[in-house]
Write a new protein. Sequence first.
Length: 168
Amino acid sequence: MKYLIVTACLVASPALADISVEFREGAPKDRFTFTNTGTCAIGPATLELDLGDSAAGLIFDTTGAGAGVEVFQPYETVAGAASLASVSQVRDGDNRLELSLSKLAPGGSIAFTIDVDDTLRDSALGQIRVSDSEIAGATVALISAQGTASGVFDATSAAFIRVNSCTS
C-alpha cells in the first residue's frame, strides 16, 4: 500500500495596516471616519487631515463668527475615542487637523463630526454644503516611526492610505 504524504507550507504574508477615510456631508454636522482595514493594530501614530488642496478650498467652520457661513459645528469625537491620545485644536477657518493615535485595532474606526464649508463664490451646493467633488484633492497621512504614508480624496469623498507594514 502506498501512502501519499502531503506537506503544507505556510507562506508568511506581510501584515498590513491600511486605512480607509470617508467624508459624509450632513446637516448640520459633517462626518469624517477613519477605519483600519488592515490586519494589524496601528499606533502610536498621527493621522493628519489637510483640506488645503481640496477642489473647493474647504475650511472648518467651528464658530458663529469667522470664516464659515451660517451654520457652524465644533469638533466632536463620535466613535473610537479610546483609540485617540489627543486631537489638535481646530479653530474657525482652519483647514488642517491632527489625530494622535494610541492604538487603532484592525477593523476599528475613529469618527468625528464638524462643520466643513467651501470658499468658492459659486459652488454646486452653496458654501454651507460640500459636494463629493469639492473635497477631491484634500489629503490624509499616517505618520509613524516607520515613516509617512498618505492618500488623496477622490470625487466620491473617499481616500485610502496604503501602509506597507504595521506601525506598532
